[in-house]
Ligand binder design. Structure first.
Ligand code: NAD
Ligand code: GLY
Length: 359
């Protein structure tokens, strides 16, 4: 088992990464300091992994909230189901919430934990690659709104993250690739040697080679932990983790939540960002080709949906947490392995990029 630390002073916490960690009951138990425990999960994950979590905490009063599976259920309404249960069962402020699932469950669970009685303990058990390398670490929690992705939320750190690499065996190929999109992101924004490793080892990742997956998860979490420790509340460098996301979130919202997986939208969005970085003279053509090629190698889409016009992108991108006074700001690449901070975009150049792809 590998252990990394997210260094946030009195709110620091460990990330455990390894095979079969869910079967190590004492590991979870060690971080649960209450009798009352609520598990939030969905109807795909519950039949697979709920019982092993229940077995780890045999003496607790455990409530389980199972919501339907899908990005379209990442809403205030479904977070409300957690509050309904906690109140109905008279859960106290020292209760613990365990989020068992992918990024949807982790973001919703963290938000519910942040809000219930102004904050209860919470533990992340991420079960997708995307959640293990990104969403479970760093304390961004929240839900979608019909007018904007992740627009309602809170920063709220978990007590620990338990990433069991074995659970990735049941993940669909498409979901594995979606997770790889966020892995590639770390290479692009701040870790050129990792990007080069990914270029050389993509087939190993897609084949779910244990060593390759463990290495990629650990390296990604290390990158994320460093960024979050430096800038927990995103006043600077943390925004670089949003490479491709301004375009990607527009695709997710514009196409209807769930049509494009988050990682797929990020892959396409990063190709937009690469194109714009090239137009601004930051990246050369060969570098743009390498970026598009690595997403293709990960079996991710690189072409935007035909249905979205430039005007639609601009409308949706004007609702983004990086924007200031309504001006669209995006993360670009100065070079492979080096991201910019949010850049105010010249609208005519942004339009060129959008029209180059979207029409
Ligand atoms: P997801 O949570 O929808 O999970 C993907 C699918 O895999 C679901 O159908 C799920 O039920 C299924 N699944 C999960 N674990 C499984 C397993 N072990 N075996 C079989 N099936 C399994 O999607 P995701 O890609 O994990 O997360 C995407 C979400 O994460 C988005 O809402 C995105 O906004 C959010 N996100 C948040 C952050 C953050 O910092 N908080 C970062 C990146 C993404
Ligand atoms: N996924 C972006 C962040 O955690 O900041």
């Amino acid at each position: 088992m590998k252990e990394l630390q997210v260094d946030l002073k009195d709110r620091s916490y460990p990330i455990y990464i390894g095979a079969d960690l869910l079967k190590q009951g004492p590991l979870l138990k060690r971080h649960v300091q209450s009798q009352q425990v609520v598990v939030l999960t969905n109807d795909t994950i519950a039949p697979l992994y709920l019982s092993v979590v229940q077995q780890s905490l045999p003496d607790c009063h455990m409530e389980v909230v199972v919501i339907p599976d899908g990005e379209q259920y990442k809403t205030l309404e479904y977070v409300g189901q957690v509050f309904d249960r906690l109140l109905a069962k008279k859960f106290s402020r020292n209760a613990t919430l365990i989020a068992l699932g992918g990024g949807v469950i982790g973001d919703m669970g963290g938000f519910a934990a942040a809000c219930y009685q102004r904050g209860i303990a919470f533990i992340q058990i991420p079960t997708t690659l995307l959640a293990q390398v990104d969403s479970s670490v760093g304390g961004k929690t929240g839900v979608n709104h019909p007018l904007g992705k992740n627009m309602i939320g809170a920063f709220y750190q978990p007590k620990c993250v338990i990433a069991d690499t074995r659970v990735l065996r049941t993940l669909e190929d498409r979901q594995l690739s979606a997770g790889i999109a966020e892995v590639i992101k770390y290479g692009l924004i701040r870790d050129l040697p990792f990007f080069e490793w990914l270029e050389a080892n993509m087939s190993q990742l897609l084949a779910r080679n244990d060593d390759a997956l463990s290495f990629a998860i650990e390296r990604s979490c290390r990158n994320k932990a460093e960024v979050v420790a430096e800038d927990e509340f995103e006043s600077g460098v943390r925004a670089t983790l949003n490479l491709g996301h301004t375009f990607g979130h527009a695709i997710e919202t514009g196409m209807g939540y769930g049509r494009y997986l988050h990682g797929e939208a990020v892959a396409i969005g990063t190709c937009f960002a690469a194109d714009l970085s090239h137009r601004l003279g930051y990246l050369n053509e060969e570098e743009v080709v390498r970026i598009v090629a690595i997403f293709k190698a990960a079996a991710l889409p690189v072409e935007p949906p035909q249905e979205m016009t430039s005007d639609r992108y601009l409308d949706l991108m004007s609702v983004d947490k990086k924007n200031i006074d309504g001006n669209i700001r995006v993360i670009l690449l100065k070079a492979l392995g080096k991201a910019t901070l949010p850049v105010n975009v010249d609208l005519s150049m942004l339009r060129e990029t959008l029209e180059n792809y979207a029409g």
